[in-house]
Design a protein around this ligand. Structure first.
Ligand code: GLC
Ligand code: CA
Length: 601
């Protein structure tokens, strides 16, 4: 009873606001790299079905699968040619029906990736659109006449840069009809014209198609880019050396975004029981975020905010840059979003990895053989003790790391990496220092890092595909020491500790057991200005926990608990043979990358 009293003050999400999608653990599958069952070197839908038992055992409730629709794969399926069919490299619609059925059997759900800011240039809508200026679908995309400079050279309608190829214009010239079309990501991904009501209705149909088939919701790809400022103004010049500039001010959270999202909600989503998460790059404004995710907004359940994964970008610059950060940056970001959602009744998503980001163990911690497992578990402890819907990316539960620095550029398959490398070679040909920097940036930041095949075992190609096959992407060299089979045996290289997988499994179970605290409880940062230790308290009306994370490779003595009294340390990433608080004058001793979870008195 004493405990009940001590924690009785706080902001908790009331029981009437409990939702399955708030408590869910979502696991993202990047299908090409998950598991190949037919020996063609590509992961496939039957491969996902085959691993449902593994995922259920880990503690996963929902699977979000990156695009498996028919696609020429210019951007790995984020360029869709048919929303209502499956790409043969992944399987068939019948395979997906079976996957949904098998999910249901295990009380799991499937969430689809909805990519509707743009289509593939091979979608029939676009083929018709580009066929002539007066085709039925001309107005389904964004066409503009050329501009001409002082000496009469043809120029795109404005100076916006392509997102996946920042040296290039976001506009693509069409020879046949002599106009430019907007293609924010790559020329193969023309942007849909959402101003046209027929486009909006067609998108609604796509949602219904998948919900009626049994999908439980959508991850909505760059959904905040669907409304553009209709005058298409030039962007301010902020990156010197570049002809084209970031134009996000004019296309991220544009004038009609909320109208479009409410329309989707009212006409489609409100008729089903769904999980919806909108990918929303470039947004920082709290009111803008709340308009989408607050409980009364009737737009989406939650968004992916980029603050945490942008922590090592030079502010204001393109993302392939390197920037130093410390624990204060991390806790500032975490605390802001945690408090925002509690105070204004919204909902967070918690993630540090996906198919567009490098591996978290390499990015935020130390992926050397000595520290990799500690780093991976530190991040598991961090994420499982924060409020929001939790997203785990394939291989994150194994502590998979970035590709080795020794890999040649030819192993980087992503269009964004290729464009970045080409840009450096064009801009700085022969400048060895600049090219070395570009290589370093790719190894640290490229999306390829997350896209290497999942390491299932010590077999050939880590068990991702058959021995005779050629995997579409090279398997990380470290698969013999980092793979699921080993970790399931829980024979970890470091005696006395759990494997990364076993640690995740236990942390997910603990989160569920104490969901009043970890999912719905209040949040308070401890020792805000510490440069190496991130720490917070979470509590419900009856219980409280404290998380302490040493984000450094040094031993530190920490005394940031303040008034908080720890009754018992219940989990830690270092010493599992009875976690005891090690004290020295001045505070608790935390080893390099050590993380602790304690129950408060
Ligand atoms: C999102 C996807 C990314 C893709 C882009 C364009 O950011 O996650 O992989 O390249 O949208 O669809
Ligand atoms: Ca296959």
């Amino acid at each position: 009873m004493a405990a009940a009293k001590a924690h009785s003050k706080g902001l908790y999400v009331g029981v009437d606001k409990h939702r399955w999608w708030k408590e869910a653990v979502v696991y993202q599958v990047y299908p090409a790299s998950f598991l190949d069952t037919n020996g063609d070197g590509w992961g496939d839908v039957p491969g996902i079905t085959k691993k449902l038992g593994y995922l259920k055992d880990l503690g996963v409730d929902v699977i979000w699968v990156s695009p498996i629709y028919k696609s020429p794969q210019a951007d790995m399926g984020y360029d869709i040619a048919d929303y209502e069919d499956i790409d043969p490299s992944y399987g068939t619609l019948a395979d997906v029906d079976n996957l949904i059925k098998e999910c249901k059997k295990r009380d799991m759900k499937l969430v689809m990736d909805l990519v509707v800011n743009h289509t593939s240039e091979e979608h029939t809508w676009f083929l018709d659109s580009r066929s002539s200026k007066d085709s039925a679908h001309r107005d389904w995309y964004i066409w503009k006449p050329a501009k001409y400079d002082a000496v009469g050279n043809r120029q795109p309608p404005n100076n916006w840069a392509q997102i996946l190829g920042e040296a290039n214009s976001a506009w693509t010239w069409d020879e046949k009809t002599q106009e430019y079309y907007l293609s924010l990501f790559t020329p193969e991904q023309p942007d849909l014209n959402w101003e046209n009501p027929a486009v909006r209705e067609a998108v609604h149909e796509v949602l219904r198609f998948w919900l009626d088939r049994g999908a439980a919701g959508f991850r909505m790809d760059v959904i905040n880019l669907i409304s553009k400022v209709q005058s298409y103004p030039d962007a301010e010049v902020i990156v010197q050396d570049h002809k084209y500039q970031p134009g996000d001010k004019f296309y991220a959270n544009g004038p009609r975004l909320h109208e479009y999202l409410q329309d989707i909600n009212q006409k489609v989503l409100s008729k089903y029981d769904t999980l919806t998460v909108g990918e929303m790059p470039f947004v920082r404004d709290e009111n803008e975020i709340m308009r989408v995710v607050s409980a009364e907004s009737n737009e989406l359940n939650m968004i992916f905010a980029f603050d945490l994964v942008d922590i090592d970008n030079v502010p204001g610059d393109f993302k392939y840059t390197l920037h130093k950060w410390d624990a204060r940056d991390l806790t500032r970001i975490i605390s802001r979003l945690q408090r925002l959602m509690l105070e204004r009744d919204g909902w967070n998503s918690i993630f540090v990895e996906n198919h567009d980001q490098p591996r978290s163990v390499s990015r935020y911690t130390d992926d050397s053989p000595k520290y990799r497992t500690y780093g991976a578990k530190l991040l598991a402890l961090m994420q499982t003790t924060l409020a929001g819907t939790l997203y785990v990316y394939q291989g994150e539960e194994l502590g998979m790391r970035n590709v080795p620095p020794s890999w040649p550029i030819s192993e980087y398959k992503d269009i964004e990496s290729q464009n970045f490398w080409k840009k450096y070679n064009d801009l700085y040909a022969g400048d060895e220092a600049k090219l070395a920097l570009a290589r370093q940036v790719l190894q640290k930041k490229s999306r390829d890092n997350a896209r290497t095949p999942v390491q299932w075992s010590r077999e050939a190609f880590a068990g991702f595909t058959s021995r005779e096959a050629t995997p579409w992407m090279r398997v990380n060299d470290d698969y013999e020491s980092c793979n699921a089979e080993e970790q399931l045996k829980n024979s970890n290289p470091t005696p006395g500790t759990l494997s990364v997988h076993a640690f995740w499994k236990r942390a997910l179970a603990q989160r569920k057991r104490n969901k009043d605290v970890f999912v719905y409880g209040d949040f308070e940062l401890l020792d805000q200005e510490n440069r190496t230790v991130a720490a917070w308290r979470r509590w419900s009306a009856t219980e409280a926990f404290v998380t302490v994370l040493n984000f450094s490779g040094e031993e530190v003595v920490w005394d940031g608990l303040g008034d908080v009294k720890v009754k018992k340390w219940v989990a830690g990433n270092c010493d599992e043979s009875g976690i005891e608080e090690k004290r020295r004058s001045g505070g608790i001793v935390l080893r390099a990358w050590e993380g602790l979870l304690g129950v408060c008195e």
